[in-house]
Design a protein around this ligand. Structure first.
Ligand code: ZN
Length: 132
C-alpha cells in the first residue's frame, strides 16, 4: 500500500512536531482507496489531552474538518500525530485508535523521522510514503 503526500505537507507536519511540547495531531484528506491513496489536504486538530505522551483530537474540530473536506469532495484517508522522544511507530494506545479509525496512520517524531501504518485485522502493515 502506498500513500502519496506533497513534500511541503509532510514538512509542515514535521515542523509542527519539532516546535511543539505536546503531540500534534490532525487529519489527512484526499482521494483513493485500496492500494493507493493521495493526500490533498492536511488539517491540524487541537490535541485535547495536551500531552507529550498521547493525543485525542478535539471532536468538534474533527467534525468541522470532515465537513470542510466533504464540501471539497475529499474523504478521510489518514490520521497523523507526532511522537516526542520515541520512534514514529504505533504505540499500544495508537493501536486502539487504529481500531476505531481504520485509515492510514502517519506518525512523525520530533527529529524528522516518519512512518505510515495501517491495521489489517490485528496486524500492523507499513505503508509506503511517496513524496511528490
Ligand atoms: Zn502515537
Amino acid at each position: 500500500m502506498m500513500m502519496v503526500i506533497r513534500g511541503e505537507d509532510l514538512k509542515r507536519i514535521i515542523k509542527a512536531a519539532e516546535n511543539s511540547r505536546i503531540e500534534v495531531c490532525g487529519m489527512l484528506f484526499g482521494r483513493g482507496s485500496g492500494e493507493r491513496i493521495e493526500v490533498e489536504e492536511v488539517r491540524f486538530i487541537p490535541n485535547r489531552l495536551n500531552s507529550a505522551e498521547g493525543f485525542e483530537m478535539e471532536p468538534l474540530e474533527m467534525v468541522k474538518a470532515i465537513d470542510d473536506a466533504e464540501a471539497m469532495g475529499l474523504q478521510v484517508v489518514g490520521i497523523f500525530h507526532s511522537h516526542l522522544k520515541c520512534p514514529p511507530r504505533p504505540s499500544g494506545r495508537d493501536l486502539k485508535g487504529m481500531n476505531l479509525w481504520p485509515v492510514v496512520w502517519l506518525i512523525v517524531d520530533d527529529m524528522g523521522n516518519y512512518g505510515a501504518y495501517v491495521l489489517e485485522g490485528d496486524k500492523i502493515r507499513e505503508v509506503k510514503v511517496k513524496i511528490v
